[in-house]
Ligand binder design. Structure first.
Ligand code: PGA
Length: 248
């Protein structure tokens, strides 16, 4: 079976003390020789802490956003090179909260994915429909449009992406997509990737949106669900470790 990947998205949560306790618990609780890949995406100011606490551990470091620009007069932004200096292996791009609250367009998301790849960081490209779009029967069209922008931008590097399907209506709401609903969209994304690269099978397709200790196993059992992007449940060590265990 293909290796699964579980990524915690801490969002704008944490403190030096809380992070230290959480990371300690994760390091202690991860199974020896576990097969699943594990990473946590923290606020940028905590990347130095992650780098120090996670050195020598199997937990990868992730960031939650990256600038599309290399450097210069972009106050408040953080570049891919800066993230790389602090050990970032992954960066979320196009999370629905960035699209919704920060006006990130498909084009900006694609440029960010490209900026990350150019510096050797794996972008985790987030796509997903709102409830309104789902009810209007637009789910497939929306996720395909979002992914197409990135595929078009990154060209031959498409096989180096991670893609996360996160239905907006399921994020932080406790409403999870059913395994069947999630699998149906993942199959669409896989087919879209397959049209762009012969290596589509190796692009991890993560599901995100109220994944938790109780529902992870069923979601992860679906053919095209290769892992999870976990928000709320990633802040509780026991829950996150249960999800990781379900991915082994
Ligand atoms: P959630 O968030 O697990 O709290 O729904 C997932 C995400 O937004 O990545």
């Amino acid at each position: 079976m293909k290796q699964k990947l579980i990524v915690g998205n801490w969002k704008m949560n944490g403190s030096l003390a809380a992070n230290a306790a959480l990371l300690q618990a994760l390091k202690q609780g991860l199974p020896e020789g576990g097969k699943a890949g594990v990473a946590v995406a923290a606020p940028a100011v905590y990347l130095a802490q992650l780098q120090a606490e996670l050195s020598g551990s199997a937990i990868g470091i992730g960031a939650q956003d990256v600038s599309q620009h290399e450097q210069g007069a972009f106050t408040g932004e953080v570049s891919a090179v800066m993230l790389k200096e602090f050990g970032a292996r992954y960066v979320l791009v196009g999370h629905s909260e960035r699209r919704q609250y920060h006006g990130e367009t498909d084009a900006v998301v694609a440029a960010k994915a490209q900026a990350a790849l150019a510096k050797g960081i794996t972008p985790i490209v987030c796509v997903g429909e709102t409830l309104q779009e789902r009810e209007a029967g637009q789910t497939e069209a929306v996720v395909k449009r979002q992914l197409a922008a990135v595929i078009h931008q990154v060209g031959a590097c498409v096989s180096e992406l991670v893609v996360a399907y996160e239905p907006v209506w399921a994020i932080g709401t406790g409403k999870t997509a059913t395994p069947e609903q999630a699998q149906a969209v993942h199959a669409v994304l896989r087919a879209q990737l397959a049209a762009a690269t012969e290596h589509a099978g190796r692009v991890p397709l993560l599901y995100g949106g109220s994944m938790n200790a109780a529902n992870a196993e069923q979601l992860l059992a679906q053919t095209d669900i290769d892992g999870g992007l976990v928000g709320g449940a990633s802040l509780k060590a026991a829950d996150f470790l249960t999800i990781v265990a379900a991915a082994q």
